[in-house]
Design a protein around this ligand. Structure first.
Ligand SMILES: Nc1ncnc2c1ncn2[C@@H]1O[C@H](COP(=O)(O)OP(=O)(O)OP(=O)(O)O)[C@@H](O)[C@H]1O
Ligand SMILES: [Mg+2]
Length: 332
């Protein structure tokens, strides 16, 4: 990848707060024109990284460039290219959707008719037309995230930071935010998205960096990452507990992976390998299920799950994601 194709490039980036090394040698290479996912647990350094890249915080050491511009020496130029939707965002609660977007448009130097038109377009595109004249304090959590994102792309930025845009949202609102992210990228904006959910990064991101303690501990396409951490697990519930030993054998043979017997005597869980040379997870699971049925084993229920962030961390680091957070709590 040539340097010009990178929206973000950091090398050995360090940011400390007292004794905490929030960023501890962060290396990122974010290609332009795509969604780049930064996946990490609480305290991994995601928000700190975003704030350094958006020039809101000065790094203590290392390099960070945004479209080739140094975040320290060329901060003003960087600010002209980026926009940030913070984890705790900042539209005015007392104003309506339209008023917020128009106010921001005016602040960005648009004339009133242009600001009104752009506000209308964005509210329409983000499914907020009906709520245009409601005060933002009456918006649901999902509507609130959408107006936050709308506010941050009034002037189509080259690079948009979305810091945990769906944390705390219900599945439907999450999907709406995902649609918006896709819309934004389709218009040519590069998006750096932080998240605590592997499935979200998987849905949206072309590449993912897994961050822990201010460092990248794994990087690649969602496919590559899943190849290294396993593609997920299939959970099966049998009609008859007596068939469980036989089911265990079939699943182990078909999936070539370890099968776990649950406390519930009719339930089993089999991990699915993420090896890309093999079939996709759904295909592997469906073959395993037809083998069960061929063996005369009745399956009452099954589900296919992606690995959670906890499982990802367990596999990559050998410890659960929140181990250190717990230690910190004890220490505090
Ligand atoms: N202003 C600050 N002062 C002191 N410590 C801070 C400050 N900002 C962040 N930290 C610490 O730096 C570390 C990284 O924090 P950061 O907010 O970047 O994590 P995060 O990945 O965004 O977490 P979350 O998922 O909870 O938002 C944490 O240990 C946090 O307590
Ligand atoms: Mg954060």
């Amino acid at each position: 990848m040539s340097k010009q194709d990178l929206a973000i490039e950091t090398e050995g980036l360090v940011k400390t707060f007292g004794k905490t090394r929030a960023l501890d040698g962060l290396d990122l290479q974010v290609p332009t024109g795509t969604v780049y996912g930064v996946l990490g647990p609480n305290g991994a350094g995601k928000t700190t990284a975003v704030r350094v890249l958006a020039t809101l915080l000065r790094p203590d050491d290392g390099q960070a460039r945004v479209f080739g511009l140094d975040v320290r020496k060329e901060a003003d130029a960087v600010r002209g290219k980026v926009s940030l939707t913070g984890q705790y965002a900042s539209v005015d609660e007392d104003l309506t959707g339209t008023e917020n977007l128009m106010l921001l448009g005016r602040l960005l130097g648009h004339r009133k008719p242009a600001a009104r038109e752009r506000a209308g377009q964005l509210l329409e595109a983000f499914g907020l037309a009906d709520a245009a004249d409601k005060q933002v304090k009456n918006y649901s959590g999902g509507m609130r995230r959408r107006i936050d994102i709308a506010a941050s792309i009034l002037n189509t930025p080259d690079l948009l930071f979305l810091d945990e845009p769906t944390t705390g949202l219900d599945p439907r609102s999450r999907n709406q935010v995902w649609e918006i992210v896709r819309l934004v990228v389709a218009h040519g904006t590069t998006v750096l998205l932080t998240t605590q959910y592997l499935d979200e990064a998987d849905q949206l991101a072309a590449r993912i960096a897994v961050v822990d303690h201010g460092k990248v501990i794994a990087e690649g396409t969602p496919g590559e990452l899943k190849a290294s951490i396993g593609a997920g697990a299939v959970h099966v519930r049998l009609r008859d507990a007596a068939q469980r030993p036989q089911a265990e054998e079939v699943l182990a043979r078909e999936l070539g992976a370890s099968v776990q017997l649950e406390a519930d005597p009719v339930a089993l869980t089999a991990r699915i390998s993420g090896d890309e040379t093999k079939l996709g997870a759904a295909e592997q699971a469906s073959r395993a299920l037809s083998e069960l049925s061929r063996a005369g084993i009745t399956v009452d229920d099954f589900s296919l799950g992606q690995p959670s962030l906890d499982e990802v961390f367990l596999t990559l680091t050998g410890h659960p994601a929140d181990d250190d957070a717990k230690e910190d709590e004890v220490a505090a």
